[in-house]
Design a binder for this molecule. Structure first.
Ligand SMILES: [Zn+2]
Length: 122
C-alpha cells in the first residue's frame, strides 16, 4: 500500500514534469514562429523598399537593372565571395586607448569605453 502511494506520487511527478516540459516546448515553438513571422514581414518590407528604389532609379534614368546587377556583383565580391550575399568577415578592431579588440560594429570600446572610429555603416 505504502509502495503504491509512493509509486503513484512519483508517477504523478513524472507526468506533471513531462506536461510542464511539453508546455514549455509549445511556448518556445510559438515564440519561434512569431519571430520567424516578424522576420518574414521585415524581409518583405525591405524587398518592397529595394524594389521601389530600383524602379524609381530606372524611371528617373539614373541606372538600369543590368547596371545595378553589375554594381551589386562588385559589392558582393567585396566580402571575398560572389555568393549573392554581403557578409563581411568580422574584423576585430583594436582600441586606440587600451589596445584590446572589439567587434567591427562596436561604437565604444567594451573594455574602457573609448570612442571607436571607423565603425562599419551596416
Ligand atoms: Zn579600450
Amino acid at each position: 500500500m505504502h509502495y503504491s502511494w509512493v509509486h503513484g506520487y512519483y508517477n504523478h511527478q513524472n507526468t506533471a514534469s513531462a506536461a510542464h516540459a511539453a508546455s514549455d516546448a509549445a511556448s518556445s515553438a510559438r515564440r519561434a514562429e512569431n519571430v520567424v513571422a516578424r522576420l518574414e514581414d521585415a524581409l518583405d518590407r525591405q524587398a518592397l523598399i529595394i524594389r521601389t528604389l530600383l524602379s524609381m532609379c530606372e524611371a528617373k534614368g539614373l541606372f538600369n537593372e543590368a547596371e545595378f546587377r553589375e554594381f551589386m556583383n562588385d559589392v558582393d565580391l567585396s566580402d571575398g565571395r560572389l555568393d549573392g550575399k554581403f557578409k563581411p568577415q568580422a574584423t576585430p578592431r583594436s582600441c586606440p586607448n587600451c589596445g584590446k579588440t572589439n567587434g567591427k560594429r562596436a561604437v565604444t570600446c567594451m573594455y574602457c569605453g573609448e570612442q571607436l572610429e571607423g565603425r562599419e555603416l551596416i
